[in-house]
Design a protein around this ligand. Structure first.
Ligand SMILES: Cc1ncc(COP(=O)(O)O)c(C=O)c1O
Length: 395
């Protein structure tokens, strides 16, 4: 059998390793999982039951339930994004939004800027459109815009993909100045920005900044978010806000991809938003996740070898570990997974160029406190041996 050329890129994207897991002893710091104990199970269950009707079980429209789009428009207005229900499209998670935007804009060989490192699932979606990647390094305050400008001066770029709030995987937040400057660069060089913001509401400290879409003067920013991290991932529910010139073809592509997002789910979430207090729920998530982050940092930081660094993000799901000179891809494969039974995401899988080999992403949200303590102790023991261990590859 001969597969399409787009499959070639899939062979090595690292998604399998990230989600593989039949090791019963595994402590998984790898996946970006919410804490299952925090799912509002009873309220969502009741909303799903109440909204399973003859109407919601029928086909609907690609844009999705108007009631939910209306509620999302109000939430986005509060966040600095003007617009109505007409400017919103519901998607099957943010992941589908990424895929549809790529489908809208990228022909094989087209220029695509991603942050280095970036979200592995975005690379997985982009790969099938065979773009030409330009990887722009992350800094503590977001994408390196000098590096971006060097790319834009020399090459044609159609799409810039960014996670400005609590970046996956580094946790960084793009500064206010960079938000404005990035939109200005997109205007100047005729690019579209995909602002992927599923962690946006999960801030644990500091002051919230306006989304990129707030600064959008030419309808070039597509704002994308999701209920996965703030309610539950299996709802498979995200949303896009974009200018009508972008939203109309996205709706057409959505129709071709899956016709629509489940009406039962979208009506259930609309009724959850109406009857429950999502903001109070998110405030609780913030408290619990901030404590988990502090716990993981406290457990791991004292065990790091000299020179290693661990970030302290102001929100989101992830810590970013760097152990200069050590090949963490090899360490994960050869020691951490098989011997210590701890999974983390090697940085090289989060870079289309395979950079960041001495870094890795750790998620603190989906694990229990006991798992955080045990997993960090095991990781610390492995890292302590890094200097002498024969099986550790140095870069
Ligand atoms: C940055 C980013 N975008 C998109 C997604 C996909 O989210 P969803 O479950 O809404 O498809 C994730 C999930 O981890 C993510 O981290």
């Amino acid at each position: 059998m001969k597969f399409a050329a787009r499959l070639a890129a899939y062979q090595n994207n690292g998604m399998d390793a990230l989600f593989a897991g039949n090791d019963p002893d595994l402590i998984a710091f790898a996946g970006g999982y919410p804490d299952p104990a925090l799912f509002p199970q009873a309220e969502l269950g009741a909303a799903l039951a109440a909204n399973t009707t003859a109407t919601t079980l029928q086909y609907s429209t690609p844009a999705g339930a108007a009631a939910l789009r209306q509620q999302l428009a109000v939430r986005m207005q509060r966040d600095g994004i003007p617009g109505t229900a007409e400017d919103v499209m519901l998607t099957q998670g943010a992941q589908q939004g990424i895929d549809l935007v790529a489908r809208l804009l990228l022909d094989p060989g087209d220029g695509l800027v991603v942050e280095g490192p970036t979200y592995i699932g975005a690379l997985s979606a982009f790969d099938s459109y065979q773009p030409h990647y330009y990887e722009v390094p992350m800094e503590a305050d977001g994408m390196d815009l000098h590096a971006l400008q060097r790319v834009l001066r020399k090459h044609q770029v159609k799409l810039i993909y960014t996670v400005p709030d609590f970046h996956n995987p580094t946790g960084a937040v793009m500064s206010l100045a960079k938000r404005k400057a990035l939109v200005a660069l997109a205007n100047r060089y005729d690019c579209v920005i995909l602002e992927d913001a599923p962690y946006r509401e999960l801030r644990y400290s500091g002051v919230q900044l306006p989304p990129l879409r707030h600064f959008d003067t030419e309808g070039r920013v597509i704002f994308l978010s999701s209920f996965s991290k703030i309610l539950a991932p299996s709802l498979r529910l995200g949303w896009v806000n974009a200018d009508p010139a972008l939203l109309a073809p996205l709706l057409a592509l959505k129709g071709g991809a899956d016709l629509e997002t489940s009406s039962v789910v979208t009506h259930a979430v609309a009724s959850y938003l109406q009857h429950s207090d999502l903001d109070a729920h998110i405030a609780h998530l913030r408290q619990v996740y901030a404590a988990k982050m502090a716990r993981m940092r406290a457990a791991l930081a004292p065990l790091l070898p000299a020179g290693a660094t661990l970030t302290q993000p102001a929100g989101g799901f992830f810590l970013w570990l760097t152990v200069p000179g050590v090949d963490l891809t090899a360490l994960v494969r050869d020691v951490l997974l098989p011997q210590a039974h701890v999974s983390i995401v090697p940085g090289a899988t989060l870079s289309p160029m395979g950079h960041y080999r001495d870094s890795a992403r750790l998620s603190f949200t989906g694990v229990t406190s006991a798992q955080i303590d045990a997993g960090c102790a095991a990781l610390g023991r492995v890292l302590a041996q890094v200097g002498g261990a024969a099986q550790v590859q140095r870069l």
